[in-house]
Design a protein around this ligand. Structure first.
Ligand code: SAM
Ligand code: FES
Length: 340
């Protein structure tokens, strides 16, 4: 039996098998199987999520992140509730049925304000799903957002190895707390997304193995992985970026481990390779998250250097994406795109 067949059959992977696949062995067959498994559950449909990056203020200081607190060169902005609603209106017109509100951990947006925004979106667009991605909060806050109508929550675990976690974050953040947040979110009833950066400084085959085992245990509805890309004003400015091959291999492995998972081909993957997102979709990914933020703020949400689509209107982005997706035999659907 090939290693790919074994991983697919057992929905598990050993450290040795992971090394073997990351070395490029059975690469074509791995992608072929991942694609077949994706098709089995989701056909050739690609789900879109409209990403609204509503604040780049953040109280955290993650070493990898361009909008970290200590970066003085960020032109900080916040969108008003009215501006967020305008993004949703335009998004709805373009066919989006999921809105992802993402931002730094910004104290200006109190629980009350977030709840108000979520319930306004759900009130105006009842057939849409709302995803939050606003970092670590208390169980009570998560519960309040859920009761206000939030359906999903994205909180990447970043790395499941505690030593590696401290290499990526200052000591006020911990893996234990991150895990507790994810467990709380799941327990409350959200569709939950975890994930990590590929090629982050200090990542090893062992930490990646820990990531995959953690994902198997958590069994999230979504997994967001994309290459680490250095940002010039961060402590990791001179570190190496993650690679396309490694990201694509890991996407395919994750599809075999968690066959039904919602798996985005990320903007970061499209940034390091002009056809990176297509490569991701051909290796088992089934989600893309075009930017719905107003054009004037896009460049300011600079998590990493040379981020794509910073100069385009949402409508241009979606048209371009539809063309690209159809070229690889898939189609963008106008659907909430829930976990099946
Ligand atoms: N504040 C929220 C949080 O921490 O979950 C959401 C925003 S945070 C910027 C979203 C994700 O961006 C992080 O989970 C991280 O994996 C990714 N990210 C940050 N800096 C990055 C970089 N330099 N390269 C690639 N991805 C990065
Ligand atoms: Fe807070 Fe990146 S450090 S969003």
């Amino acid at each position: 039996m090939s290693v790919v067949d074994e991983v697919e059959a057992k929905k598990n992977i050993t450290l040795k098998q992971l090394q073997y696949l990351l070395d490029g062995n059975e690469a074509a067959y791995l992608k072929e199987r991942a694609l077949a498994v994706r098709r089995e559950h989701y056909g050739n449909e690609v789900f879109i999520r409209g990403l609204i990056e509503f604040t780049n203020y953040c109280r955290n200081n993650c070493y990898y992140c361009g909008i970290r607190r200590d970066n003085q060169n960020v032109d900080r902005y916040r969108l008003s509730e009215g501006e967020i609603m305008e993004c949703c209106t335009e998004g709805y017109r373009l066919g989006f049925r999921t809105f992802v509100l993402q931002g730094g951990e910004d104290g200006f947006f109190t629980d009350e304000k977030i709840c108000h925004i979520v319930s306004s979106i759900k009130g105006s667009f009842p057939d849409c799903a709302v995803t939050l991605s606003i970092g670590e909060k208390t169980r009570e806050s998560y519960k309040a957002f859920f009761e206000a109508g939030a359906d999903r929550y994205l909180l990447r675990h970043e790395t499941a190895n505690a030593v590696h976690y401290q290499r990526l974050h200052p000591s006020d953040l911990s893996l234990d707390n991150r895990k507790e947040c994810l467990n709380n979110l799941k327990d409350i009833g959200y569709q939950v997304g975890a994930g990590f950066m590929v090629g982050s400084p200090g990542q090893t085959i062992k930490t990646l193995y820990d990531d995959l085992q953690f994902l198997r245990e958590l069994n999230p509805h979504m997994v967001g992985i994309g290459p680490f890309i250095p940002q010039h004003d961060t402590p990791f400015a001179t570190e190496k970026a993650g690679t396309v091959d490694m990201t694509v291999t890991l996407l395919a492995v994750i599809r075999l481990l968690l066959p039904r998972v919602l798996l985005p081909a990320t903007t970061a993957l499209g940034t390091i390779d002009p056809v990176g997102r297509e490569k991701g979709l051909m290796a088992g990914a089934n989600v893309v998250m075009p930017n719905l933020s107003p054009k004037r703020v896009r460049e300011k949400y600079a998590l990493y250097d040379k981020k794509i689509c910073t100069g385009e209107e949402a409508a241009e982005c979606i048209e371009c994406l539809k063309r690209r997706v159809s070229k690889i035999g898939c189609s963008v659907v106008c659907d909430r795109g829930d976990y099946r």
